[in-house]
Design a protein around this ligand. Structure first.
Ligand code: SF4
Ligand code: SF4
Length: 156
């Protein structure tokens, strides 16, 4: 399946908008993001995309390791050895990109047990969104939904 196309001109415009929002975030920023996130994902078919699973590795935390290793019937140490590496910030991430659990049909084979960061991606429906605007700017280059979501946000 082909991923959603990313429009570079649109990304540049939305990046600029995010920089303006960062300078003076509106008071209702979390509420605006929540509304836009829900509206955009109601229309988005992630199964025709999977760009996130194909081009970025989520951060993996202890609870994720416990849950995934139990599901895969592996000891946590064996799971770490097989699937993870420690990044330069000392945080675990998946060794392989695209993700080893992504199927050719774009389904996640561990969906019910997937890492917290996968569940929360692209992190546009979180509290304190003003602290996540740099991350949103980075994710513009991966996730077509982020461009659409930020386009809906009204500046202060
Ligand atoms: S979250 Fe974004 S990048 Fe991931 S599959 Fe959905 S639209 Fe694509
Ligand atoms: S665990 Fe599943 S949702 Fe997370 S990156 Fe891998 S395939 Fe995608």
């Amino acid at each position: 399946m082909q991923p959603h196309s990313l429009n570079q001109k649109e990304i540049a415009e939305v990046s600029e908008k995010l920089r303006c929002i960062r300078k003076k975030p509106p008071a209702n920023l979390d509420m605006q993001f929540e509304k836009a996130h829900d509206a955009v994902f109601a229309e988005m078919d992630c199964l025709t995309c999977a760009n996130c699973c194909k081009s970025a590795s989520p951060m993996i935390f202890e609870k994720d390791i416990e849950r995934l290793s139990k599901h895969l019937k592996l000891k946590p140490g064996a799971f770490i050895e097989k699937f993870l590496f420690l990044d330069t910030d000392g945080i675990f991430a998946f060794r392989q990109i695209p993700c080893s659990f992504l199927g050719s049909d774009n389904y996640c084979s561990v969906y019910e047990h997937r890492p917290k960061a996968c569940r929360e991606y692209p992190h546009t429906n979180m509290r304190k969104m003003h602290t996540l605007l740099k991350l949103a700017e980075k994710n513009l280059h991966i996730c077509p939904a982020v461009t659409k979501i930020v386009a809906c946000i009204e500046n202060a």
